[in-house]
Design a protein around this ligand. Structure first.
Ligand code: MF3
Ligand code: CO
Length: 251
């Protein structure tokens, strides 16, 4: 399938959807603390999305049963919120959220420490976030898609972390997942040429230990095979004639 190029009108709608999602994330970032359940986060997140006139795009996506993916510690992504999963001091929690606004999808993820988290794990969170910024330095018209993938991999490699291979970033627009797929690890082909008007969700998922993951019996939750913590960071971006615009991050 071809990669869609958004018109000015569509770009404006993507900006609106993403800006509203950023507000949702900001509120959720203030909400997370020890003692709350992962279901509390989902309930509040869904409320924040709907209050803004959005529709949670993850809810019922391929049968996913919630609005927010809440992944704790060794859970990489797609953790299903539960009322008996209570956040505790020393945990890390990844929140992945998205919405549809006026027909356009947004998608972003953040990882937060809860209380006192070891310096080693705080560094994992920071390096995962920074790898996104290293990746998008290459997100310019005329460059190729896998320049982004390679830049993410190059940045993470010296830390010895495991980059998740089984899940990738993606194009986004009138669907949550559009072409192209965007791996977070080194590619031997250069991939498609980047063009202004492409909107992409770039989302490195990085494990403290080994890169291999497995799926729990709920068929959703992806966990690090060695049980060590994992971090996730994601924004929806726009390719322009110059620097990329980070649509889900305005400040
Ligand atoms: N950011 C995730 C992704 O791009 C969110 C999808 S979760 C799902 O795949 F529940 F919607 F599948
Ligand atoms: Co995504």
């Amino acid at each position: 399938m071809a990669v869609s190029i958004k018109s000015e009108r569509e770009i404006e709608l993507m900006r609106q959807s993403c800006r509203l999602l950023e507000e949702v994330h900001d509120e959720l970032g203030r909400f997370v603390k020890s003692g709350i359940s992962t279901l509390d986060i989902d309930r509040y997140g869904e409320q924040l999305i709907r209050e803004r006139g959005g529709i949670p795009n993850f809810l019922n996506y391929n049968g996913y049963p919630a609005s927010i993916c809440v992944s704790v510690n060794e859970e990489v992504v797609h953790g299903i919120p539960r009322k008996d999963r209570i956040l505790q001091d020393g945990d890390i929690v990844s929140l992945d959220a998205g919405m549809i606004y006026k027909g356009y999808h947004s998608d972003a993820a953040r990882t937060y420490p809860i209380g006192n988290v070891s310096p080693e794990v705080l560094q994992l969170i920071e390096v995962t976030k920074q790898s996104f910024f290293e990746g998008i330095k290459m997100a310019k018209a005329g460059n190729h898609l896998h320049d982004i993938s390679n830049a993410i991999d190059d940045y993470i490699k010296p830390y010895g972390y495991g980059i998740v291979h089984d899940l990738v970033g993606h194009g986004i627009g009138t669907s949550l997942h559009e072409d192209p797929q965007i791996p977070n690890f080194r590619q031997h082909r250069r991939g498609i040429r980047l063009e202004p008007g492409m909107t992409l969700a770039i989302e490195p998922m990085v494990n403290l230990g080994r890169w291999e993951v497995e799926w729990l019996d709920d068929d959703w939750t992806v966990v690090a095979i060695d049980g060590l913590p994992s971090a996730h960071y994601e924004n929806t971006i726009l390719i322009t004639d110059g620097e990329p615009e980070i649509l889900t991050l305005s400040h």
